[in-house]
Design a binder for this molecule. Structure first.
Ligand code: ZN
Length: 158
């Protein structure tokens, strides 16, 4: 049993280790972390979230927002390097149950294979993935995270 108590926030619990995070932390800046998603968006889909419990993009500090653009770019480049996708969807909903939650950008590499399997793309593809509800296999996540962690994109700082 993990000793840290869980909170009402999944994002904070994954940060603290109160809930298990397959693949572990992939990258970190002063204010942000990059992790693999625990939701049904496919292996290789990453989450970029602030370390601080922030519910609205407009509430980011200047220092937090200054890191965001370069970090989203690096994260998209890392999944592109490893997954060879047709496109990388980068979106922020953070509105489960119509309630604002700890903001997290989903950085989702979309391959021809996943588009073909669901006969969909864009928001329709994300809806189809959530409808199917298949959570990523932890062993596959560990393997892909090992590859993403060594992507050369992380070493480019500008
Ligand atoms: Zn939180």
């Amino acid at each position: 049993m993990i000793s840290l108590p869980q909170t009402e926030c999944l994002a904070c619990d994954l940060l603290s280790g109160a809930r298990p995070l397959p693949g572990g932390r992939l990258h970190q800046t002063a204010h942000w972390v990059v992790e693999h998603t625990v939701g049904p968006l496919g292996v290789g889909t990453l989450v970029v979230k602030p370390i601080r419990h922030v519910l609205h993009l407009a509430d980011l500090s200047k220092a937090e927002s200054a890191e965001l653009g370069p970090l989203l770019h690096q994260t998209a480049a890392a999944v592109t390097e490893v997954m060879d996708p047709e496109q990388v969807y980068t979106c922020l909903w953070s509105h489960a149950g119509a309630v604002p939650g700890h903001i997290h950008f989903v950085v989702q590499p979309i391959t021809l294979e996943v588009m073909t399997r669901f006969s969909a793309f864009g928001p329709g593809l994300q809806t189809a993935l959530f409808r199917e509800g298949t959570l990523p296999d932890p062993d596959e996540v560990t393997l892909i995270c090992a590859r993403i962690r060594t992507a050369s994109a992380w070493s480019s700082s500008s």
